[in-house]
Design a binder for this molecule. Structure first.
Ligand code: FAD
Length: 224
């Protein structure tokens, strides 16, 4: 199935319109795509029996849909249902002169949608492929793929990427030109980066089992 491309600008709806810290908002779909592509963990927010539940979970995507998966027994994966999905990258601490102006440099996305359970077997397999490849490119071709029993035990939910918002904060604290600049305190940012480590073989592996290139080459590279 060829996914329909979405408009290059994110829609301003009642749900996506920023009420606070509007200057950090972006309406560029390219910014949403970059945030989604930089991570593989989202927080899926659902309402179960009238109570909110937010669960961290792995995701994958195509141009049109964000996919999350899990056990058919998961209550958070019961579609159709209204959901809110967030993806967050922390780029550093913003350490201002005043505690009030402290903050975080970040990139974040919030997706509002109606989750649908993917029933079509081809879309389900393709969604699972995207999910696997999103976290570990090359792994779908390397590892054993799900069999019929495993597919039957797995729910795949699709959430449209249509209604989404983005916020990005970069740069220095905001009180450098205010009265607190006179305090003589240090202020600035403390960057945070995540770097992939060396692959650790399963102790049960035969010792001569090579690390696949698509896994080994990530060592020392930056995540996020
Ligand atoms: C790592 C991190 C730490 C943060 N810490 C704080 C904090 O300590 N205090 C604080 O006030 N704020 C913090 N923020 C910003 C926070 O996420 C909200 O944007 C902000 O608090 C405004 O919330 P609100 O309820 O007024 O949102 P509103 O502006 O009312 O939200 C309206 C709509 O804007 C969109 N939206 C809101 N926030 C975001 C977002 N972060 N990313 C993408 N879309 C968004 C959603 O679609 C939402 O439905 C932090 C953000 C990140 C990523």
């Amino acid at each position: 199935m060829t996914p329909q491309p979405l408009p290059s600008a994110l829609p301003l709806t009642d749900r996506t319109r920023h009420r606070r810290l509007r200057e950090q908002g972006s309406l560029a779909r390219a910014d949403l795509d970059a945030i989604l592509d930089a991570g593989f963990i989202c927080h899926l927010g659902v309402v179960i029996d009238g109570r909110p539940l937010v669960v961290p979970t792995v995701y994958g995507r195509d141009e049109r849909w964000l996919y999350v998966h899990g056990s058919v027994a998961s209550r958070s994966l019961a579609g159709p249902a209204p959901v809110c999905v967030t993806v967050t990258h922390v780029d550093g601490l913003v350490l201002a002169r005043s505690v009030f102006e402290h903050g975080v440099n970040y990139r974040s996305a919030v997706i509002h949608g109606e989750a649908r359970t993917v029933a079509d077997p081809d879309e389900k397999l393709e969604g699972l492929r995207r999910l696997t490849e999103h976290a570990t490119p090359g792994q779908w071709s390397y590892a054993r793929r799900p069999n019929r029993k495993e597919l039957a035990a797995t729910t795949l939910l699709a959430v449209s990427l249509e209604e989404a918002s983005v916020k990005i904060r970069t740069g220095a604290p905001d009180d450098g030109d205010g009265p607190d600049a006179e305090l003589g305190l240090w202020a600035g940012t403390l960057p945070l980066t995540q770097v992939w480590g060396a692959p650790v073989p399963d102790p049960l592996l035969p010792p001569d089992t090579p690390v696949p290139a698509h896994i080994g080459r990530r060592e020392g590279t930056r995540h996020g």
